[in-house]
Design a binder for this molecule. Sequence first.
Ligand code: ATP
Ligand code: MG
Length: 452
Amino acid sequence: MISFPSDRVSSLFLPTTRELPADAHALSHQLMLRAGLIRQTSAGIYAWLPLGYRVLRHIEQIVREEQNRINAQEMLMPTIQNADIWQTSGRYDNYGPEMLRLKDRHNRDMLYGPTNEEMITQLFAQDVHSYKNLPLSLYHIQWKFRDEIRPRFGVMRGREFLMKDAYSFDISEKHGLESYYAMFAAYLRTFERLGLKAIPMQANTGPIGGNKSHEFVILAETGESRIFCDARLLKLNASQLQGTTEKHIAPWLSFYAATDDEVDMNLYHEQVPPEYRLQTQGIEVGHIFFFGDKYSIPLGAFVETQNGQKVPVQMGSYGIGISRLAGAIIEACHDENGIVWPSSIAPYLVGIINIKNGDLECDSLSQELFSRFQVMNIPCLLDDRNERPGVKFKDMDLIGIPWHIIIGPKNIKEHVVEIKNRKSGERSFLSFDQLESFFKHISPHHPPSPSP
Ligand code: ATP
Ligand code: MG
């Protein structure tokens, strides 16, 4: 988790609302609007308000840590690209109306990048010429634009959206597949840390093209993909992954799972016993491809092998929909009162509800705890508004803060505060002194577990 400052509701730009546009069908879309996380500025284009932006940055940070763990290196490519590299790869015409095409003042054809295979291949080709510089994996986290015909479900199918896209470069197909499986393992860990069960599925390689591909899909009714899988996949646990080779992820590869455009119904029935057959809807949150020399040949990315031979570099590309994940996580984590953020990405870990604003003792205890959490590096949100307790409780539930501390005159007399867990609804009382060790214990600020 990144350390963001703590805030007071009275001065925070947190416009919660009850009014919803007619086109907000998905529950996550409604909750993101109601909880003041996002606002639409054009069809399929959103502004991220302070609360939503914190969540987005937390998701981004978890994705980043897991990319770094497998030695992918972070960089940043621009959003605007020259059309010529896309003409060279042959995708300029194929990509169709989803590509936002622009002309600069010199009448040169440019575009807002929907993905970056061409650009990264060109960058690689300019500077890497030898097997000695391989393997290499590069990634960036950057806004993409795809002029989707039907933007919907809020940030889950936007036109502008934030993606992590990584690219691997290897000397041979064998090494390329090793990079592919390392990324596969990193994805399993990433989604697990985000509090999601993402199922890897054999997938169609689509317009990116290529040889091997998996989509990572989370189960949700609003999902746009129809999926066919073995329910035993849901029982696997990525936090126990001991390494990042094909062998380590073998259980995920052994159970059948495919999306509707790839499913082989005979194979599905053959491999999945009836009691484990699961046909449902899902949301694609990540997609990995190994496509060999598809881009390296046209864009001239060749490297010299140990015996002096020139070969096209073997590539893969790996996307995660960071902004889509904010919606997808809400689809998976909510109840009738609002969002229930997993602690790992919650905008604040603790919400302090002062139920008697203006009362000297309540105000000073609230303020004291607020400062103490800041010292402990635990981001906290203090509701110090002159509102009725009911309104404060509702809002704190709606925005999904994992732990609520309720401060009122009666508790103060007994030298305790009331703590509520947003997810379970469980309430307990802690003395002022117990608070510190309690939050130290549950804080997600611990460093990520060591590399396998
Ligand atoms: P989809 O099938 O959902 O249209 P895609 O297969 O075209 O997605 P990829 O090219 O694989 O998408 O992009 C990588 C990731 O980017 C996807 O797994 C998804 O999480 C995210 N993504 C793609 N399109 C959008 C979009 N319009 N809005 C938000 N996120 C998106
Ligand atoms: Mg895809």
